[in-house]
Design a protein around this ligand. Sequence first.
Ligand SMILES: N[C@@H](CCC(=O)N[C@@H](CS)C(=O)NCC(=O)O)C(=O)O
Length: 220
Amino acid sequence: MQRAVIVLRAKNVQFKVTYIDLRDKPDWFLEISPHGKVPVLVVDEQPLFESSAIAEYLDETVIPQLHPTDPMKRARNRAWTDFVPDFSRALGGVSYARDQEAMQAGFKLARQRLDRLEEAIKLERGNDGPYFNGDQLCLVDAAYAPFLQRFTIVERVIQSGLLNDYPLIQAWTNALLANAHVIGSVVAEFEEIFTENLKRRQSYAGTLLHTAPADMQTAV
Ligand SMILES: N[C@@H](CCC(=O)N[C@@H](CS)C(=O)NCC(=O)O)C(=O)O
């Protein structure tokens, strides 16, 4: 969902967001979302699902092109975008670990995935960034931003210093979180909603949080 919004914003497309309560999905949504998942992009009454398919469709139909123009570079960008589910699951293993022991195991896997990504940035980029390909936000950036943003919130709570060993990813994360399209891709109270979710999911990180408003639900 957030990836699609970042891409729509980066392309200056007019759009309307409808948030779905994923614990109580409306019938109209289930009719247009084959797997009952967000995001769904409706274009001229035709629904499109899957973040990557939506991002690719937007990149083919609306300027500015966010993928690199060189076919080899573009393919490698797609390959690194395909790494996002593995990467986000690993960070989730830290964020949603139920206790300290599980969190330690989470760090181990997260480090393996962060090693891969840090190396990729080093090899792929050949410039100072700060984004994945250089000084312009691209589709790979839009794919990783939501997970790096969530992990940054978790990190403020757990203060593990995990990203200190990954200077390229840390600098990339800082640039993404300062980007107006990324900032505007979530609701203003996103951090409260996300931290409330950490608590609701009984994560160890959630237990480190103190007071927070009750009964908030995420729709992102
Ligand atoms: N591969 C899909 C994954 C989408 C996905 O897992 N969406 C989650 C929220 S981030 C969802 O809608 N979950 C609701 C459910 O599975 O019932 C994509 O990238 O679009």
